[in-house]
Write a protein that binds this ligand. Structure first.
Ligand code: URA
Length: 434
């Protein structure tokens, strides 16, 4: 086989076989296929697309390009969740203990992440003592004992995807549904998922800006799941404003704890109930998503989910008393309220701008090695549809520095207002079932 022939075949709209796709992925991973040929191939895929079967082959080939986690010694169906990412997304912190409290094993590998705030792993590290690095056998033991463990990514998972993503980033080939779908799914397969629930965000703060794009990506991933024998469901959820009120690592942990106590923001709770009900259903712990939902509501009301969170934190070396005393989480030295300048209704909050404000405060990383301040961020007091009176705080900045003028201006610029009442946006647009 020669790479040039395969590029030509894709360029002319042909369908590649399993062997051809494996040849490309293996050759690229080892370096035998150079970046310039892989770039040409990625561009050919961007223009010509891939059939569902080609996407499934690409997913499995990328999953097999490095280490694969073997979770077979964990009892039960291992259901993983993936979010395409958004501002204020702390769902994993809530969902993982919620579904684990119903007996669904959560063996989750999470990332640190670049951008507005840290990833789930950074957020967990804001709990004093919490260990995100576990040996594989400890990780498996904890899941078998408590039904839940969350660790940072280790080992050499999906090197083909890492290399390809970096190349796509500089060759204008990120925006290809087959490449995005197989990239995401390959990582879930390599981390051992038997079944997958996807949260595909849409809106101004999301990777997929329009509902049509989000639907296309969600369907592509559900189709891949079906072809490779991993039951997959997807939810399309709103990212036209941040999720919940808190944006920042420790602030989000605090909000996640509030949600587990039944006192969190309505949107975070609703999204977690929806995603959680699919996880519990795919995990075979309920006969339908509806039944799973009422079990989850009960787990929140009875504090069973909160107790699972406490056990999970303690098992990984963290201080479980943060549940009752959230003041033990890292706290910023200063808070600054941002008052509304006029009466009216909130018409929009550009999620991306709020994320950038959090990042400038120090909550996120600009590059892989930048430091991160776990204490800082923002808490929004007003969301789209809320009435606001002049002088009332729109948001509070939690900062470790006093010069926040630029950040304050960014927050003002992120908000827009109307004089007349505004509808609250839909939170969940659609669910794609297998
Ligand atoms: N996120 C991923 O993991 N992969 C992509 O290709 C795009 C977004």
């Amino acid at each position: 086989m020669r790479m040039i022939d395969l590029i030509k075949k894709k360029r002319d709209g042909g369908e590649l076989s399993k062997a051809e796709i494996e040849f490309i992925v293996q050759g690229f991973t080892t370096g035998e296929i150079p970046d310039y040929q892989m770039s040409a191939f990625a561009m050919a895929v961007l223009f010509r697309g891939m059939t569902p079967v080609e996407r499934a082959h690409l997913t499995l080939a990328m999953a097999a390009s490095g280490d694969q986690l073997d979770l077979s010694s964990i009892d039960g169906v291992k259901v993983d969740k993936h979010s395409t990412g958004g501002v204020g997304d702390k769902t994993t912190l809530v969902l993982a203990p919620m579904v684990a409290s119903l007996g669904v094993p959560v063996a989750k590998m999470s990332g640190r992440g670049l951008g507005h705030t840290g990833g789930t792993i950074d957020k967990l590290e804001s709990i004093p003592g919490f260990q995100v690095e576990l040996e594989e056998h400890q990780f498996i033991e904890l899941v078998n004992r408590n039904k839940i463990a969350v660790v940072g990514q280790s080992g050499n998972l999906t090197p083909a995807d890492k290399k390809l993503y970096a190349l796509r980033d500089v060759t204008a080939t990120v925006d290809s549904i087959p490449l995005i779908a197989s990239s995401i799914m390959s990582k879930k397969i390599a981390s051992g998922a038997d079944a997958i629930v996807l949260d595909v965000k849409t809106g101004n703060g999301a990777f997929m800006k329009t509902l049509d794009q989000a639907l296309e990506l969600a369907r592509a991933m559900v189709d891949i799941g079906k072809l490779i024998g991993r039951r997959t469901m997807a939810v399309i959820s709103d990212m036209n404003q941040p999720l919940g009120n808190a944006v920042g690592n420790a602030l989000e942990v605090r909000e996640a704890i509030d949600t587990l106590k039944g006192q969190g923001p309505a949107d975070v709770y609703e999204l977690c109930l929806t995603l959680g009900s699919y996880m519990v259903y795919l995990g075979k712990m309920a006969a339908s998503p509806e039944e799973a939902r009422s079990q989850l509501e009960e787990a929140i009301a009875s504090r069973k989910a909160l107790e699972t969170f406490r056990t999970f934190v303690a098992a990984q070396g963290g201080d479980p008393t943060v549940v009752d005393e959230p003041g033990k989480l890292p706290t910023a030295r200063f808070t600054f309220d941002i008052p509304a300048k006029e009466d009216g209704f909130v018409a929009g909050i550009r999620a991306e701008d709020i994320g950038t404000a959090a990042m400038i405060l120090g909550a996120g990383r600009a590059t892989k090695d930048s430091p991160i301040d776990l204490a800082v961020g923002l808490v929004l007091h007003k969301k789209i549809g809320d009435r606001i009176s002049k002088g009332e705080p729109l948001a509070t900045l939690h900062s470790n520095r006093e010069d926040v003028e630029e950040i304050r201006e960014r927050v003002y610029a992120a908000y827009s207002f109307k004089k007349e009442p505004v509808h609250r946006p839909t939170l969940i647009y659609e669910t794609i079932r297998e």
